[in-house]
Design a binder for this molecule. Structure first.
Ligand code: DGI
Ligand code: FE
Ligand code: FE
Ligand code: FE
Length: 187
């Protein structure tokens, strides 16, 4: 699918602000893909569709998680986590994208997971550092992403976990597993 068609499809699913974020993720993901020798067409499509389900209603997402037998523990955690796996499912079903690498990058873009592929990491980092993001510490991660994708991933995960701790939020197991896995790899 070409970029313009993909953008036209996703635009209908998003608010203006989220669409601008998506464009930022797309541009950043392509840049990272070229830098770290990842397939740029897959990075482009995964980025365009990564937040496809962001504005689906909570009940629809809950039902989808149950019906499609997605990990049940998702339901015990914050619904912010749901749009990633539900998005992967809907992008396949409604948009017709069947490339498993693209779908997996969408599926794990919020929590991360153990053994992330290079494409998964590109999307995870691009989502975190795209130019419209203004998290505390994002500049450090942007800097790291110029030389090491793995270090950028670890820093983004660490910041996310720290943020959740300050908000008294439970941490989804995959979020921790992903952090531990990457931390041990960069050491
Ligand atoms: O959809 P985006 O805003 O572009 O970004 P995202 O999908 O990476 O993250 C969405 C939200 O999910 C963000 O506010 C952080 C939150 N999040 C990430 N991991 C966890 C989490 N929330 C909880 N409660 N637990 C997690 O492990
Ligand atoms: Fe997201
Ligand atoms: Fe993210
Ligand atoms: Fe996003």
């Amino acid at each position: 699918m070409d970029r313009d068609k993909a953008l036209r499809i996703v635009k209908k699913q998003l608010t203006e602000k989220r669409y601008v974020h998506t464009i930022g993720v797309m541009e950043t993901a392509i840049e990272l893909a070229d830098r770290f020798h990842v397939d740029r067409d897959k990075a482009e499509l995964a980025a365009i569709f990564h937040d496809y389900a962001k504005f689906r209603n909570k009940e629809e997402m809950r039902q989808c998680i149950i019906d499609q037998k997605m990990p049940h523990d998702l339901l015990l955690h914050h619904e912010e986590l749901w749009h990633a796996p539900v998005g992967a499912y809907l992008v396949k079903k409604e948009v017709g994208i069947s490339d498993e690498e693209i779908l997996e990058a969408i599926r794990c873009h919020t929590s991360g997971k153990i053994n992330m592929s290079q494409l998964d990491k590109v999307i995870y980092v691009a989502d975190y550092i795209e130019p419209n993001r203004d998290f505390p510490g994002v500049e450090v991660v942007r800097d790291s992403a110029k030389t090491s994708l793995d270090i950028a991933v670890v820093q983004a995960m660490k910041n996310t976990i720290l943020f959740l701790l300050t908000r008294n939020q439970p941490i989804y197991p995959n979020t921790f597993h992903a952090y531990n896995d990457m931390m041990m790899k960069v050491k």
